[in-house]
Design a protein around this ligand. Structure first.
Ligand SMILES: [Zn+2]
Length: 204
């Protein structure tokens, strides 16, 4: 009976499928170590960004599958990653990177929103979505300045956002050039946010 209960509680590792008696999390120890979680701050486009790891195999695959293949159980891996970071408790709100309505319909969810929601519950900080994203187009082939103007145009303040916060944290899954975080930060500034930082699972 004891053995049965134990087996019942074991979960296979999400990445390699191994059952591991010490595994109470989503990943076995070996796969977890492969993710190379090493929280650190980086500066991108004048924004201070806390990242948990580099965007490399196998974390990049985990993020891609979570984002595009409806592998929503992978949120458990991100929760485990989030438990490795130390977030300042004095953020007044957590703002997930918005995606456009058309992309939301296509995908069914916003991966950044799911990660932000977890952090919001864990730290008891309100989730705040005062900015909408109108459309998203490829940024390929644009210069830095073109890219920034182009991205700034994508964000607009939601019609009714009566709440005001000053110190907020933007949450996204991956940061590459940092242009969208920079653009969102500028929009948040117009709403009175004077201290904006970001957290991303991985930096490419
Ligand atoms: Zn494994």
């Amino acid at each position: 009976m004891l053995m049965f209960n134990l087996l019942n509680r074991l979960k296979p590792c999400y990445l390699c499928g191994e059952f591991n008696i010490h595994n109470t999390q989503s990943l076995c120890m070996a796969c977890w170590q492969q993710l190379k979680i090493k929280p650190r701050y980086i500066q991108k486009q004048e924004v201070s960004v806390l990242i948990a790891a580099s965007y490399q195999f196998p974390l990049n695959r985990v993020i891609q599958k979570f984002k595009y293949n409806q592998e929503l159980q992978y949120i458990d891996i991100f929760k485990q990653i989030c438990s490795e970071i130390n977030l300042s408790q004095d953020f007044q709100a957590i703002v997930p990177m918005p995606i456009s309505t058309s992309r939301l319909h296509q995908r069914g969810y916003n991966q950044a929103h799911l990660i932000a929601k977890h952090l919001s519950q864990k730290y008891n900080i309100p989730l705040w979505t005062p900015i909408k994203r109108k459309h998203e187009h490829s940024q390929k082939g644009l210069s830095r300045v073109e890219r920034l103007t182009h991205i700034e145009d994508q964000f607009e303040i939601a019609p009714s956002s009566p709440l005001r916060y000053r110190k907020v944290l933007i949450v996204d899954d991956v940061i590459t050039t940092g242009s969208s975080i920079f653009a969102l930060k500028n929009k948040l500034h117009t709403l009175g946010c004077n201290h904006v930082e970001a957290f991303c699972i991985a930096a490419a």
